[in-house]
Design a protein around this ligand. Structure first.
Ligand code: SAM
Length: 200
């Protein structure tokens, strides 16, 4: 199936054969991406409700997908992950950012339906314990390449900005702290690689 078969909208066709998708873009419109949202904001290329399946894209199409602060708004995490898997190519990069379960931002927004722990997406990665024991949850498979921790610059309500922690030792320390205390980690950024062919 070619790109023209995927999306009928002329504004998207004019972007050429873009293979990067910004899912639930809001006002964060990215150049070089197809920007999708439920709301027709300036710069949105595709208006689609992400709870309606299938999404209007072909199988195995995208090389890069970003979904920043959106998954927590959607009722069926597994179904969304399966759709991300369907529309991405083998080896594609899929970046998902969500609020952390024991941060006030996770529960402070009444439109958030889900909360996330660093283990929540393990069942999609066949190399994890959960992925091995619960492989029957879904056929969608991703390798979890990295999980970044977003932490606030200052421990106050607006945080005054954030930075991403990927250092394993710093993450271990924060994981231990956040097991007993809240508002240490504010967000998780999952960097996933789509696996279309099960690798042993
Ligand atoms: C918190 S905003 C994040 C926007 C942007 N990704 C960013 O990081 O600034 C969540 C976005 O998801 C979109 N969204 C929520 N539910 C949706 C749905 N069912 N279908 C499509 N978009 C949805 C909202 O319209 C909103 O723009």
């Amino acid at each position: 199936m070619g790109h023209d078969d995927i999306i009928e909208d002329d504004s998207v066709k004019s972007k050429g054969a873009l293979t990067c998708l910004n899912v639930g873009c809001g006002n964060d419109i990215l150049d070089g991406y197809i920007n999708l949202d439920a709301v027709k904001l300036d710069g949105v290329d595709v208006v689609h409700d992400l709870t309606v399946f299938p999404w209007p894209f072909a199988d195995d199409y995208f090389e890069e997908i970003r979904m920043i602060n959106v998954l927590e708004h959607l009722p069926d995490t597994v179904k969304v992950m399966e759709e991300l898997w369907r529309i991405s190519k083998d080896g594609a990069s899929v970046v998902i950012r969500v609020p952390y379960w024991n941060c006030w931002q996770s529960i402070g927004d009444p439109t958030h339906l889900k909360s996330f722990h660093q283990r929540t997406l393990d069942c999609f990665d066949p190399s994890t314990k959960q992925g091995m024991e619960r492989s029957y949850y879904t056929k969608a498979r991703f390798k979890i390449n990295c999980i970044g921790y977003w932490v606030p610059l200052l421990p106050i309500e607006d945080g005054r900005g954030w930075f991403k922690v990927t250092n394993p030792v710093a993450k271990l320390f924060m994981t231990a702290l956040s097991t007993y205390l809240s508002n240490i980690i504010w967000g998780l950024e999952f960097e996933l690689i789509t696996l279309k062919h099960e690798r042993k």
